[in-house]
Design a protein around this ligand. Structure first.
Ligand SMILES: Cc1ncc(COP(=O)(O)O)c(C=O)c1O
Length: 447
Protein backbone atom coordinates (compact mmCIF):
# COMPACT_ATOMS: atom_id res chain seq x y z
CA UNK A 1 0.00 0.00 0.00
CA UNK A 2 1.73 3.20 -1.14
CA UNK A 3 -0.20 5.55 1.15
CA UNK A 4 -0.21 5.64 4.94
CA UNK A 5 -3.09 4.52 7.13
CA UNK A 6 -3.58 8.20 7.95
CA UNK A 7 -3.85 9.13 4.28
CA UNK A 8 -6.28 6.27 3.78
CA UNK A 9 -8.43 7.61 6.62
CA UNK A 10 -8.32 11.02 4.91
CA UNK A 11 -9.52 9.55 1.64
CA UNK A 12 -12.30 7.82 3.54
CA UNK A 13 -13.38 11.02 5.32
CA UNK A 14 -15.40 12.58 2.52
CA UNK A 15 -16.09 16.30 2.60
CA UNK A 16 -19.48 16.43 0.91
CA UNK A 17 -19.21 20.21 0.44
CA UNK A 18 -15.95 19.87 -1.47
CA UNK A 19 -17.34 17.03 -3.59
CA UNK A 20 -20.39 19.14 -4.51
CA UNK A 21 -18.19 22.17 -5.24
CA UNK A 22 -16.10 20.10 -7.68
CA UNK A 23 -19.23 19.00 -9.47
CA UNK A 24 -20.63 22.53 -9.77
CA UNK A 25 -17.26 23.83 -11.00
CA UNK A 26 -17.59 21.70 -14.14
CA UNK A 27 -20.51 23.85 -15.37
CA UNK A 28 -20.48 27.16 -13.49
CA UNK A 29 -22.97 29.91 -14.22
CA UNK A 30 -21.55 32.99 -15.92
CA UNK A 31 -23.66 36.07 -16.43
CA UNK A 32 -22.47 36.53 -20.04
CA UNK A 33 -20.83 33.29 -21.14
CA UNK A 34 -22.88 30.55 -19.48
CA UNK A 35 -26.30 31.64 -18.28
CA UNK A 36 -27.45 28.04 -18.40
CA UNK A 37 -24.72 27.01 -15.96
CA UNK A 38 -25.20 26.14 -12.29
CA UNK A 39 -25.56 29.08 -9.88
CA UNK A 40 -23.61 28.27 -6.74
CA UNK A 41 -25.66 29.05 -3.62
CA UNK A 42 -23.89 26.24 -1.77
CA UNK A 43 -20.35 27.45 -1.16
CA UNK A 44 -20.03 30.01 1.65
CA UNK A 45 -18.44 32.83 -0.28
CA UNK A 46 -19.35 36.47 0.18
CA UNK A 47 -19.33 38.31 -3.14
CA UNK A 48 -21.32 41.43 -2.30
CA UNK A 49 -18.27 43.72 -2.17
CA UNK A 50 -16.21 42.07 -4.92
CA UNK A 51 -16.32 44.92 -7.47
CA UNK A 52 -15.26 47.42 -4.74
CA UNK A 53 -12.55 45.10 -3.45
CA UNK A 54 -11.06 44.49 -6.88
CA UNK A 55 -10.74 48.20 -7.47
CA UNK A 56 -9.39 49.02 -4.00
CA UNK A 57 -6.88 46.17 -3.86
CA UNK A 58 -5.49 47.35 -7.20
CA UNK A 59 -5.24 50.96 -6.04
CA UNK A 60 -1.81 52.61 -5.49
CA UNK A 61 -2.57 53.14 -1.75
CA UNK A 62 -3.08 49.43 -1.12
CA UNK A 63 -0.48 48.18 -3.58
CA UNK A 64 2.01 50.68 -2.07
CA UNK A 65 4.71 50.09 -4.65
CA UNK A 66 3.72 46.52 -5.51
CA UNK A 67 6.00 43.57 -4.89
CA UNK A 68 9.32 44.38 -3.26
CA UNK A 69 12.28 42.17 -2.29
CA UNK A 70 10.98 41.56 1.25
CA UNK A 71 7.90 39.82 -0.21
CA UNK A 72 10.24 37.28 -1.78
CA UNK A 73 11.54 36.17 1.62
CA UNK A 74 10.06 34.20 4.54
CA UNK A 75 9.39 37.60 6.14
CA UNK A 76 10.12 38.77 9.67
CA UNK A 77 8.22 36.10 11.63
CA UNK A 78 6.69 32.69 11.01
CA UNK A 79 3.74 33.90 13.07
CA UNK A 80 3.03 36.45 10.34
CA UNK A 81 3.77 40.13 9.89
CA UNK A 82 3.72 41.97 13.22
CA UNK A 83 2.07 44.98 11.59
CA UNK A 84 -0.77 42.82 10.26
CA UNK A 85 -1.23 41.05 13.61
CA UNK A 86 -1.47 44.45 15.29
CA UNK A 87 -4.06 45.66 12.78
CA UNK A 88 -6.17 42.52 13.16
CA UNK A 89 -5.95 42.81 16.97
CA UNK A 90 -7.08 46.41 16.73
CA UNK A 91 -9.94 45.48 14.40
CA UNK A 92 -11.25 42.71 16.66
CA UNK A 93 -10.78 44.70 19.90
CA UNK A 94 -12.67 47.59 18.37
CA UNK A 95 -15.46 45.85 16.47
CA UNK A 96 -16.15 43.04 18.92
CA UNK A 97 -15.85 45.17 22.03
CA UNK A 98 -13.41 42.70 23.54
CA UNK A 99 -12.89 42.60 27.28
CA UNK A 100 -9.82 40.37 26.91
CA UNK A 101 -7.88 42.71 24.63
CA UNK A 102 -5.74 41.18 21.92
CA UNK A 103 -2.30 42.23 20.70
CA UNK A 104 0.13 40.86 18.15
CA UNK A 105 1.58 38.33 20.63
CA UNK A 106 -1.81 36.56 20.94
CA UNK A 107 -1.98 35.42 17.36
CA UNK A 108 -0.46 33.57 14.47
CA UNK A 109 -1.46 34.35 10.91
CA UNK A 110 -2.39 31.18 9.00
CA UNK A 111 -3.65 30.37 5.52
CA UNK A 112 -7.32 30.05 6.37
CA UNK A 113 -9.58 29.08 9.25
CA UNK A 114 -9.36 25.58 7.79
CA UNK A 115 -5.69 25.51 8.78
CA UNK A 116 -6.46 27.18 12.11
CA UNK A 117 -8.84 24.33 13.05
CA UNK A 118 -6.25 21.76 12.07
CA UNK A 119 -3.45 23.56 13.97
CA UNK A 120 -5.61 23.86 17.08
CA UNK A 121 -6.51 20.18 17.03
CA UNK A 122 -2.84 19.29 16.71
CA UNK A 123 -1.95 21.58 19.59
CA UNK A 124 -4.79 20.71 21.94
CA UNK A 125 -5.45 17.02 21.27
CA UNK A 126 -3.39 13.88 21.19
CA UNK A 127 -4.31 11.21 18.65
CA UNK A 128 -7.61 9.54 19.53
CA UNK A 129 -8.89 12.37 21.75
CA UNK A 130 -12.27 13.89 20.96
CA UNK A 131 -13.51 17.26 19.66
CA UNK A 132 -17.16 17.84 20.59
CA UNK A 133 -19.12 19.94 18.07
CA UNK A 134 -22.78 21.01 18.32
CA UNK A 135 -24.50 19.90 15.11
CA UNK A 136 -25.60 20.68 12.48
CA UNK A 137 -22.11 22.05 11.92
CA UNK A 138 -19.91 23.39 9.15
CA UNK A 139 -18.92 20.21 7.29
CA UNK A 140 -15.26 21.22 7.04
CA UNK A 141 -14.89 20.82 10.81
CA UNK A 142 -14.95 17.07 10.39
CA UNK A 143 -11.89 16.65 8.15
CA UNK A 144 -10.14 19.74 9.53
CA UNK A 145 -10.02 18.41 13.07
CA UNK A 146 -9.40 14.77 12.20
CA UNK A 147 -7.47 14.37 8.93
CA UNK A 148 -3.78 14.49 9.71
CA UNK A 149 -4.34 15.25 13.38
CA UNK A 150 -6.08 11.99 14.29
CA UNK A 151 -8.48 13.58 16.74
CA UNK A 152 -12.08 12.35 16.66
CA UNK A 153 -15.04 14.68 15.91
CA UNK A 154 -18.00 14.00 18.22
CA UNK A 155 -21.38 15.40 17.25
CA UNK A 156 -23.69 16.95 19.82
CA UNK A 157 -26.99 16.81 17.93
CA UNK A 158 -29.46 19.70 18.12
CA UNK A 159 -32.99 19.65 16.70
CA UNK A 160 -35.45 21.97 15.00
CA UNK A 161 -38.07 21.30 17.71
CA UNK A 162 -36.20 23.52 20.18
CA UNK A 163 -34.68 25.94 17.68
CA UNK A 164 -31.39 23.95 17.52
CA UNK A 165 -30.46 24.98 21.05
CA UNK A 166 -27.86 22.87 22.88
CA UNK A 167 -28.42 22.10 26.54
CA UNK A 168 -26.00 20.91 29.18
CA UNK A 169 -27.90 17.61 29.14
CA UNK A 170 -27.16 17.23 25.37
CA UNK A 171 -23.49 17.94 25.97
CA UNK A 172 -23.32 15.51 28.90
CA UNK A 173 -25.01 12.78 26.85
CA UNK A 174 -22.52 13.03 23.99
CA UNK A 175 -19.65 13.31 26.44
CA UNK A 176 -20.70 10.11 28.25
CA UNK A 177 -21.27 8.19 25.00
CA UNK A 178 -17.88 9.22 23.75
CA UNK A 179 -16.13 8.17 26.94
CA UNK A 180 -18.04 4.92 26.80
CA UNK A 181 -16.32 4.26 23.48
CA UNK A 182 -12.93 5.05 24.93
CA UNK A 183 -12.65 8.49 23.32
CA UNK A 184 -11.88 11.23 25.81
CA UNK A 185 -13.40 14.56 24.75
CA UNK A 186 -10.66 17.14 25.05
CA UNK A 187 -12.07 20.12 23.13
CA UNK A 188 -15.45 21.78 22.66
CA UNK A 189 -15.61 23.49 19.25
CA UNK A 190 -18.24 26.24 19.12
CA UNK A 191 -19.17 28.01 15.88
CA UNK A 192 -20.52 31.46 16.72
CA UNK A 193 -22.16 32.91 14.66
CA UNK A 194 -23.24 29.48 13.60
CA UNK A 195 -22.73 27.98 10.18
CA UNK A 196 -25.13 26.61 8.84
CA UNK A 197 -27.82 28.08 11.14
CA UNK A 198 -26.98 31.72 10.39
CA UNK A 199 -27.63 32.66 14.02
CA UNK A 200 -25.68 34.03 16.95
CA UNK A 201 -25.67 32.25 20.31
CA UNK A 202 -27.13 34.13 23.26
CA UNK A 203 -24.79 34.99 26.12
CA UNK A 204 -26.67 32.52 28.33
CA UNK A 205 -26.33 29.70 25.81
CA UNK A 206 -22.66 30.49 25.34
CA UNK A 207 -22.05 30.51 29.08
CA UNK A 208 -23.83 27.15 29.45
CA UNK A 209 -21.49 25.57 26.89
CA UNK A 210 -18.39 27.22 28.38
CA UNK A 211 -19.28 26.05 31.90
CA UNK A 212 -19.82 22.53 30.62
CA UNK A 213 -16.32 22.57 29.09
CA UNK A 214 -14.81 23.95 32.28
CA UNK A 215 -16.52 21.29 34.40
CA UNK A 216 -14.78 18.59 32.31
CA UNK A 217 -11.39 20.31 32.10
CA UNK A 218 -11.81 20.79 28.37
CA UNK A 219 -10.36 23.38 26.02
CA UNK A 220 -12.74 25.56 23.99
CA UNK A 221 -12.22 26.72 20.42
CA UNK A 222 -14.59 29.45 19.33
CA UNK A 223 -14.78 29.73 15.54
CA UNK A 224 -15.93 33.32 15.00
CA UNK A 225 -15.27 33.65 11.27
CA UNK A 226 -18.65 35.39 10.74
CA UNK A 227 -18.23 37.75 13.73
CA UNK A 228 -18.33 40.94 11.66
CA UNK A 229 -21.28 39.88 9.49
CA UNK A 230 -24.18 40.60 11.83
CA UNK A 231 -27.60 42.11 11.16
CA UNK A 232 -28.52 43.75 14.43
CA UNK A 233 -32.12 43.96 15.48
CA UNK A 234 -33.27 41.14 13.17
CA UNK A 235 -35.98 38.82 14.42
CA UNK A 236 -35.22 39.38 18.10
CA UNK A 237 -32.14 37.21 17.85
CA UNK A 238 -29.37 37.93 20.37
CA UNK A 239 -26.59 40.37 19.55
CA UNK A 240 -23.26 38.72 18.81
CA UNK A 241 -21.04 38.03 21.83
CA UNK A 242 -17.46 37.00 21.27
CA UNK A 243 -16.04 34.73 23.96
CA UNK A 244 -13.34 37.34 24.55
CA UNK A 245 -15.98 40.03 25.10
CA UNK A 246 -17.14 38.18 28.24
CA UNK A 247 -15.69 39.67 31.43
CA UNK A 248 -16.86 36.51 33.22
CA UNK A 249 -15.34 34.09 30.65
CA UNK A 250 -14.89 30.94 32.78
CA UNK A 251 -11.41 29.97 31.60
CA UNK A 252 -9.65 32.59 29.43
CA UNK A 253 -6.38 30.62 29.16
CA UNK A 254 -8.25 27.58 27.85
CA UNK A 255 -10.56 29.43 25.46
CA UNK A 256 -9.12 29.99 22.00
CA UNK A 257 -10.37 31.89 19.00
CA UNK A 258 -10.40 31.58 15.21
CA UNK A 259 -11.08 34.49 12.90
CA UNK A 260 -10.62 34.68 9.13
CA UNK A 261 -10.71 37.35 6.41
CA UNK A 262 -12.50 34.85 4.11
CA UNK A 263 -16.07 35.58 5.16
CA UNK A 264 -16.39 39.05 6.67
CA UNK A 265 -14.23 40.61 3.96
CA UNK A 266 -15.26 38.19 1.20
CA UNK A 267 -11.75 37.11 0.24
CA UNK A 268 -11.67 33.33 0.66
CA UNK A 269 -9.06 33.02 -2.09
CA UNK A 270 -6.54 35.15 -0.20
CA UNK A 271 -6.10 32.52 2.53
CA UNK A 272 -5.67 34.75 5.54
CA UNK A 273 -6.90 33.84 9.02
CA UNK A 274 -5.75 33.82 12.63
CA UNK A 275 -5.08 31.33 15.39
CA UNK A 276 -5.72 33.35 18.56
CA UNK A 277 -5.06 32.46 22.18
CA UNK A 278 -4.41 34.23 25.48
CA UNK A 279 -2.20 31.29 26.45
CA UNK A 280 1.44 31.91 25.39
CA UNK A 281 2.16 28.14 25.35
CA UNK A 282 -0.54 27.64 22.73
CA UNK A 283 0.82 30.45 20.55
CA UNK A 284 4.36 29.09 20.94
CA UNK A 285 3.10 25.66 19.87
CA UNK A 286 1.26 27.21 16.90
CA UNK A 287 4.55 28.83 15.89
CA UNK A 288 6.06 25.34 15.52
CA UNK A 289 3.69 24.67 12.64
CA UNK A 290 5.68 27.35 10.81
CA UNK A 291 5.72 27.61 7.09
CA UNK A 292 3.15 25.05 6.02
CA UNK A 293 0.49 27.30 7.49
CA UNK A 294 1.81 30.62 6.15
CA UNK A 295 -0.02 33.26 4.17
CA UNK A 296 2.19 34.73 1.41
CA UNK A 297 3.98 37.92 2.48
CA UNK A 298 2.58 39.88 -0.41
CA UNK A 299 -1.01 39.11 0.61
CA UNK A 300 -0.18 40.12 4.19
CA UNK A 301 1.25 43.38 2.85
CA UNK A 302 -1.94 44.19 0.91
CA UNK A 303 -4.17 43.52 3.92
CA UNK A 304 -1.97 45.47 6.33
CA UNK A 305 -2.40 48.47 4.04
CA UNK A 306 -6.13 47.89 3.71
CA UNK A 307 -6.77 47.47 7.46
CA UNK A 308 -4.62 50.49 8.37
CA UNK A 309 -7.29 52.86 7.07
CA UNK A 310 -9.63 52.16 9.97
CA UNK A 311 -12.44 54.59 9.07
CA UNK A 312 -12.51 53.03 5.58
CA UNK A 313 -12.61 49.52 7.05
CA UNK A 314 -15.59 50.43 9.22
CA UNK A 315 -17.33 51.96 6.22
CA UNK A 316 -16.53 48.87 4.13
CA UNK A 317 -18.02 46.50 6.71
CA UNK A 318 -21.12 48.68 7.13
CA UNK A 319 -21.68 48.68 3.38
CA UNK A 320 -21.11 44.92 3.15
CA UNK A 321 -23.58 44.26 5.98
CA UNK A 322 -26.18 46.55 4.42
CA UNK A 323 -25.98 44.68 1.12
CA UNK A 324 -26.16 41.32 2.88
CA UNK A 325 -29.16 42.46 4.93
CA UNK A 326 -30.90 43.66 1.79
CA UNK A 327 -30.33 40.30 0.16
CA UNK A 328 -31.45 38.41 3.28
CA UNK A 329 -34.68 40.44 3.50
CA UNK A 330 -35.49 39.62 -0.12
CA UNK A 331 -34.65 35.92 0.28
CA UNK A 332 -36.79 35.78 3.44
CA UNK A 333 -39.60 37.36 1.42
CA UNK A 334 -39.22 34.69 -1.26
CA UNK A 335 -39.25 31.89 1.34
CA UNK A 336 -42.33 33.30 3.04
CA UNK A 337 -44.22 33.74 -0.22
CA UNK A 338 -43.45 30.11 -1.16
CA UNK A 339 -44.36 28.86 2.36
CA UNK A 340 -40.88 27.43 2.82
CA UNK A 341 -40.07 27.09 6.54
CA UNK A 342 -36.71 28.59 7.53
CA UNK A 343 -34.73 29.53 10.58
CA UNK A 344 -34.61 33.33 10.95
CA UNK A 345 -30.99 34.38 10.49
CA UNK A 346 -29.14 37.38 11.92
CA UNK A 347 -25.55 36.53 10.97
CA UNK A 348 -23.45 35.25 8.10
CA UNK A 349 -24.88 35.09 4.60
CA UNK A 350 -26.93 31.92 4.40
CA UNK A 351 -30.25 30.65 5.62
CA UNK A 352 -31.18 27.19 6.88
CA UNK A 353 -34.39 26.08 5.15
CA UNK A 354 -36.63 23.09 5.56
CA UNK A 355 -37.56 21.50 2.23
CA UNK A 356 -38.91 18.28 3.72
CA UNK A 357 -42.39 19.05 2.30
CA UNK A 358 -40.89 18.80 -1.19
CA UNK A 359 -38.90 15.58 -0.71
CA UNK A 360 -41.71 13.47 -2.07
CA UNK A 361 -42.75 10.06 -0.81
CA UNK A 362 -40.18 7.55 0.33
CA UNK A 363 -39.58 5.00 -2.39
CA UNK A 364 -39.09 1.40 -1.32
CA UNK A 365 -35.34 1.60 -1.68
CA UNK A 366 -35.38 5.01 -0.03
CA UNK A 367 -37.35 3.54 2.84
CA UNK A 368 -36.52 1.98 6.13
CA UNK A 369 -32.84 1.36 5.39
CA UNK A 370 -32.05 4.93 4.51
CA UNK A 371 -34.13 6.38 7.35
CA UNK A 372 -31.91 4.64 9.86
CA UNK A 373 -29.06 6.94 8.87
CA UNK A 374 -31.37 9.87 9.49
CA UNK A 375 -32.67 9.07 12.91
CA UNK A 376 -30.76 10.70 15.76
CA UNK A 377 -28.15 8.15 16.50
CA UNK A 378 -24.58 7.95 17.60
CA UNK A 379 -22.36 11.02 17.69
CA UNK A 380 -20.10 9.00 15.41
CA UNK A 381 -22.67 8.21 12.70
CA UNK A 382 -21.48 8.61 9.16
CA UNK A 383 -23.59 11.01 7.14
CA UNK A 384 -24.82 10.81 3.60
CA UNK A 385 -27.86 12.51 2.13
CA UNK A 386 -30.95 10.31 2.07
CA UNK A 387 -31.98 9.10 -1.42
CA UNK A 388 -34.93 11.54 -1.39
CA UNK A 389 -32.64 14.44 -0.56
CA UNK A 390 -30.20 13.41 -3.26
CA UNK A 391 -33.03 13.31 -5.78
CA UNK A 392 -34.22 16.81 -4.91
CA UNK A 393 -30.64 18.10 -4.89
CA UNK A 394 -29.98 16.59 -8.35
CA UNK A 395 -33.20 18.06 -9.70
CA UNK A 396 -32.13 21.48 -8.46
CA UNK A 397 -28.72 21.01 -10.08
CA UNK A 398 -30.40 20.02 -13.34
CA UNK A 399 -32.45 23.22 -13.11
CA UNK A 400 -29.18 25.17 -12.69
CA UNK A 401 -28.86 25.88 -8.98
CA UNK A 402 -26.73 24.33 -6.25
CA UNK A 403 -27.71 24.52 -2.58
CA UNK A 404 -26.04 22.42 0.10
CA UNK A 405 -27.96 19.56 1.75
CA UNK A 406 -28.06 19.03 5.49
CA UNK A 407 -26.00 15.84 5.44
CA UNK A 408 -22.97 17.96 4.51
CA UNK A 409 -23.47 19.66 7.90
CA UNK A 410 -24.06 16.45 9.84
CA UNK A 411 -27.69 17.48 10.35
CA UNK A 412 -29.79 14.97 12.22
CA UNK A 413 -33.07 15.71 10.52
CA UNK A 414 -33.87 15.03 6.91
CA UNK A 415 -34.89 17.81 4.51
CA UNK A 416 -32.80 20.76 5.68
CA UNK A 417 -30.73 22.69 3.14
CA UNK A 418 -28.51 25.78 3.40
CA UNK A 419 -29.07 28.60 0.90
CA UNK A 420 -26.39 31.24 0.47
CA UNK A 421 -27.36 34.77 -0.55
CA UNK A 422 -24.22 37.00 -0.67
CA UNK A 423 -24.43 37.43 -4.42
CA UNK A 424 -25.47 40.07 -6.88
CA UNK A 425 -29.26 40.32 -6.61
CA UNK A 426 -29.89 39.77 -10.33
CA UNK A 427 -28.16 36.39 -10.05
CA UNK A 428 -29.95 35.59 -6.78
CA UNK A 429 -33.26 36.32 -8.46
CA UNK A 430 -32.49 33.90 -11.25
CA UNK A 431 -31.41 31.25 -8.72
CA UNK A 432 -34.57 31.67 -6.64
CA UNK A 433 -36.72 31.40 -9.78
CA UNK A 434 -34.99 28.10 -10.53
CA UNK A 435 -35.62 26.84 -6.98
CA UNK A 436 -39.25 27.99 -7.21
CA UNK A 437 -39.72 26.11 -10.49
CA UNK A 438 -38.46 22.83 -9.04
CA UNK A 439 -40.64 23.13 -5.93
CA UNK A 440 -43.76 24.02 -7.97
CA UNK A 441 -43.14 21.05 -10.25
CA UNK A 442 -42.83 18.75 -7.28
CA UNK A 443 -45.99 20.14 -5.71
CA UNK A 444 -47.87 19.46 -8.93
CA UNK A 445 -46.44 15.91 -9.15
CA UNK A 446 -47.26 14.94 -5.59
CA UNK A 447 -50.76 16.37 -5.32
C1 LIG B 1 -17.43 28.13 10.28
C2 LIG B 1 -16.33 28.08 9.28
N1 LIG B 1 -15.06 27.90 9.71
C3 LIG B 1 -14.03 27.83 8.85
C4 LIG B 1 -14.22 27.95 7.49
C5 LIG B 1 -13.04 27.90 6.56
O1 LIG B 1 -12.69 29.21 6.21
P1 LIG B 1 -11.31 29.59 5.49
O2 LIG B 1 -11.65 30.06 4.10
O3 LIG B 1 -10.76 30.75 6.31
O4 LIG B 1 -10.42 28.42 5.51
C6 LIG B 1 -15.52 28.11 6.99
C7 LIG B 1 -15.77 28.16 5.53
O5 LIG B 1 -16.87 28.02 5.05
C8 LIG B 1 -16.59 28.20 7.91
O6 LIG B 1 -17.85 28.40 7.49
Amino acid sequence: MPISARALRAVNTPNLLVAAFERVSRNPFHVEHNRGGIINLGTAENEVMHPTLVSELNSPQIQAGGINASHLTYGSSFNGSRALRSEISHLLNRKLNLHHKLNDSNMKIVNGATTAISVFSMILCDAGEGVMIPSPYYGGFHPDCSVGTDSVPIRVPAYASNGFQITTADLERSYAESKGRGIVPKVLLICNPNNPLGQTYSRTQLMEMLLFAQSHDMEVISDEVYALTIREGDDNLPPFTSVYAMSDLPDPQRTHLIWSMSKDFGVSGMRLATVISLNPDVIAAAGCFGTFASTPNYIQHLWTNFLRDRPRVDQFLDESNLRIKDSYDKVAGFLQSHHIPFLPANAGFFVWVNLSKWLGPESSEAGAGSRVAWTPSSPFARYEPSPRETQLWMELLDEGVYIAYGAAFFADEEGWFRILFAKDWSIMQLALERIGRVLSRREAQHQ
